[in-house]
Design a protein around this ligand. Structure first.
Ligand SMILES: Nc1ncnc2c1ncn2[C@@H]1O[C@H](COP(=O)(O)OP(=O)(O)OP(=O)(O)O)[C@@H](O)[C@H]1O
Length: 289
């Protein structure tokens, strides 16, 4: 049972409703045996690849939905199409549409914040963020990665985008910055091996060939029989999920349709407003239900 958010604006505590935590594993769907598939995301990143229509946005929305409902997590969303993650806009600190300059601005700010968090950890002689920390986790989600790194704007800006993204993926984990990135172009120019290997979780929805599947999951898996090319085009949301230390696993993503996403997003935005608007005397507290 998730904890219930309680607010006290001076007239006694009022239950606002259940919330989640980004330190909890995220429910993303079911495995082959019909068992819930839960993935811990704190201190990890997730790469999502697959051909158009394979269900990447479905997985991204499941993850962003959990983060939106986690009041210990802030959201930064990059969405070249604006409508894939657009429903979560009110829950996000920043929402970047099809604008590379704005994307760079936001990424530079995140990099600066990451550096300051490292200064703080160094001063505290600690190695990573904990739930009791004053600073909150950030979920930084991209749909579609290649749009910013290979499609719009000037090459020099796209290169800076790729460099900032790599830095965030490489160094963000310990300071609570989680990157989840989706692309319909699983090719080596978009996801070089050195970048791919920084993602602890990798999900390949249906891919057009074995080599695209390997680019997401890791070299050699197709030859061992694990290729997302074998997934039916009529089965969106099915795909192979691998963690940095395991073998691929077939899963089916829990799909949130537009109406459900909008409902969760509106509820999460209300809770976030309630937390923001509460006076210091009424700081909301989490308690077990
Ligand atoms: N887990 C799922 N279960 C059932 N249907 C799904 C699932 N995921 C996606 N679908 C269906 O497939 C369609 C395409 O899914 P989605 O938009 O997530 O694909 P995508 O890979 O993000 O596509 P694109 O690359 O074009 O953005 C959805 O509109 C939905 O109808």
């Amino acid at each position: 049972m998730p904890p219930v958010l309680t607010a006290d604006a001076g007239n006694g505590p009022v239950d606002l409703g259940p919330v989640l935590s980004i330190f909890d594993p995220v429910h993303i769907g079911i495995d082959e045996f019909g068992q819930p598939k839960l993935v811990p995301l704190i201190e990890r990143n997730m790469l999502i690849g697959g051909e158009p229509g394979s269900g990447k946005s479905g997985l991204l929305n499941a993850v962003v939905g959990h983060a939106a409902m986690s009041l210990d997590c802030r959201l930064v969303l990059f969405d070249g199409k604006r409508v894939e993650l657009g429903q979560w806009r009110k829950c996000a600190d920043a929402f970047v549409g099809p604008n590379l300059e704005q994307a760079l601005l936001v990424l530079r700010k995140l990099q600066m914040m990451m550096d300051r968090r490292y200064d703080y950890l160094e001063d505290c002689e600690r190695r990573k963020i904990i739930p009791a920390d004053v600073f909150q986790a950030y979920l930084v989600a991209f749909d579609e990665l290649a749009y910013y790194s290979a499609t719009i704007g000037r090459k020099v800006d796209r290169d800076e985008f790729s460099m900032l993204l790599r830095d965030l993926v490489a160094r963000g984990r310990a300071v609570g910055i989680i990157v989840v990135a989706a692309t319909q172009r699983p090719s080596s120019d978009i996801i070089p091996t050195s970048l791919r290997d920084l993602f602890a979780w990798r999900f390949a929805g249906r891919c057009t060939n074995d080599s695209s599947s390997d680019i997401v999951l890791g070299h050699g898996w197709a030859q061992k029989g694990w290729s997302a090319n074998m997934i039916s085009p009529n089965n969106p949301g099915a795909g192979l999920l691998i963690s940095e230390s395991g073998s691929p696993q077939l899963i089916k993503v829990a799909y949130l349709d537009d109406r459900t996403c909008a409902g969760i997003a509106a509820y999460a935005a209300t809770l976030r407003d309630a937390v923001r608007d509460n006076p210091p005397t009424g700081i909301p507290v989490l308690r077990a239900a």
